[in-house]
Design a protein. Structure first.
Lengths: 240, 121
C-alpha cells in the first residue's frame, strides 16, 4: 500500500467553506432561476423598445420570437422563385406563385404564439389565405383524410387532419405583424395553426399534399405530440 | 520500518517519460478526468449558445442536433469522475485526499502518521 503523500503547506487544497459555499450558491441559483429569467426577459423587452441599434437582440433570451431551424442553412426565396405545390389526393393539383397567393382573399387571425419551450408572443396578427380555400380549389378526393406539409429547407415537415386543416384559424400566412414574413420567421410563406403549439406552424412552406392518413412530421417523429393543441384551445370548434 | 515514497503513477502501466525540466503534478487519471469534464462543459456551453443566442442560432441551425448535444453533454458531466473511480490511481488519490481532510472536516483529530493502515477507508 502506498504511503500517504505529504500534506501540502497551507492546509486543505479545497476548504470546507468553499465547498459548502458552492453547494449553497448552486441551490440558490436553481431556486432563483425562474424569477431571474422572467425579470431579464421583461427588462430586455422594454429595453428593446428604446433601443434603435438592435443590440438587445444579440443578448440571450431577448423575449419575443426565437429562431429555430432544423437544418444548417435555408435557401432564400422571394416572389421570383417561390412556389407552393398543392397535390396528393386532389382532383386538380396546382402550383401557386407568391403573387397568386397575395391575389386571393386574405384573412386575419390574431392569437398568442406559444412555443413548447415556454416562450409566448401575445396577440400576434397573421394575414394570409385560408388553408380551406386552397383545399377547395384543389378538390380533396377520397380517401383523402389528412394533410402533409413540406418545406423548402429540405427537411421539415408537418401534418394536420383534414378536419383541423379546414378550421377558420388555420392560415397559409403571408404577413406577420402587418409586414411580409421575413426569412428568419419562415417567409415568404409559412403555415399558421393558431390553436396549436408553434411547431405545428411550419416555416418556409413549399408543399401541401393530401394523404389518406396522418403522416407524423419532423418533431412528431422525435417525440412531440401529433396533435399539438394548446391547453386553452377549443378543439372541436370551427372558430378561433 | 523505513518508509519509501509512494508511487504517484499506476504501477505496471505505460506512462510517458517525464520531461527533464517539468514535474507532473497530477496523475494520468486525474488529468483525464479533468480534461474530459472540461471538454464536456465546453460542448454544453457552446451548444447552449447555439440554442439561445439569436444570431448564432441563425448561423448554426440544426436544432435537433444542438438540443441532443446540449442535453447529453450536460447529463454526462459527472461521468468522467465516476469512471475515474475505476482507475486505481484516481481512487487512491481521492482516498488519500479524503483521509487527509475528512478528519479535519469533521473536527476530529488527524490520524497519526503511521496509523494509516488502521484507519484506511
Amino acid at each position: 500500500m502506498a504511503e500517504e503523500s505529504k500534506p501540502r503547506a497551507g492546509g486543505a487544497p479545497v476548504g470546507r467553506r468553499a465547498i459548502l459555499g458552492m453547494l449553497g450558491a448552486g441551490a440558490a441559483g436553481l431556486a432563483a432561476a425562474p424569477y431571474l429569467q422572467r425579470g431579464w426577459e421583461g427588462f430586455l423587452a422594454s429595453a428593446s423598445q428604446l433601443d434603435p441599434t438592435g443590440l438587445t437582440g444579440l443578448l440571450p433570451d431577448p423575449g419575443g420570437f426565437r429562431y429555430y431551424s432544423v437544418v444548417g442553412s435555408v435557401p432564400r426565396k422571394d416572389a421570383t422563385d417561390y412556389a407552393l405545390r398543392v397535390g396528393g389526393l386532389v382532383e386538380r393539383p396546382r402550383t401557386y406563385t407568391l403573387d397568386e397567393l397575395r391575389a386571393m382573399p386574405q384573412t386575419r387571425v390574431v392569437h398568442d404564439v406559444v412555443c413548447t419551450d415556454g416562450w409566448r408572443v401575445e396577440k400576434t396578427p397573421f394575414d394570409g389565405v385560408w388553408l380551406a380555400d386552397l383545399l377547395d380549389d384543389a378538390g380533396v378526393r377520397s380517401p383523402g383524410a389528412a394533410i402533409r406539409f413540406t418545406c423548402f429547407d429540405g427537411t421539415y415537415s408537418e401534418s394536420l387532419t383534414l378536419e383541423q386543416a379546414r378550421r377558420s384559424d388555420v392560415l397559409v400566412a403571408l404577413n406577420m405583424q402587418d409586414r411580409p414574413i421575413t426569412h428568419a420567421h419562415g417567409g415568404p410563406v409559412r403555415l399558421y395553426v393558431a390553436p396549436m403549439y408553434f411547431y405545428k406552424s411550419a416555416k418556409w412552406l413549399s408543399g401541401i399534399s393530401v394523404t389518406d392518413k396522418v403522416v407524423p412530421g419532423y418533431w412528431e417523429e422525435r417525440g412531440y405530440a401529433v396533435d399539438g393543441w394548446l391547453d386553452d384551445a377549443d378543439r372541436h370548434s370551427d372558430a378561433a | 520500518m523505513r518508509s519509501t515514497a509512494g508511487s504517484t503513477t499506476p504501477t505496471g502501466t505505460a506512462t510517458r517519460p517525464e520531461p527533464a525540466d517539468r514535474v507532473r503534478r497530477f496523475t494520468t487519471a486525474e488529468r483525464w478526468v479533468h480534461r474530459t469534464t472540461g471538454h464536456l462543459m465546453l460542448v454544453s456551453l457552446v451548444s447552449a449558445a447555439c440554442l439561445y443566442l439569436g444570431p448564432l442560432a441563425r448561423l448554426v441551425g440544426r436544432r435537433h442536433l444542438m438540443v441532443g448535444l446540449h442535453e447529453w453533454s450536460g447529463i454526462s458531466l459527472p461521468l468522467p469522475f465516476l469512471l475515474g473511480l475505476f482507475s486505481p490511481v484516481f481512487r487512491y488519490v481521492s482516498r488519500s485526499w479524503a483521509r487527509r481532510h475528512h478528519a479535519r472536516w469533521l473536527g476530529e483529530e488527524r490520524p497519526e502518521a503511521g496509523s494509516d493502515r488502521a484507519t484506511e477507508l
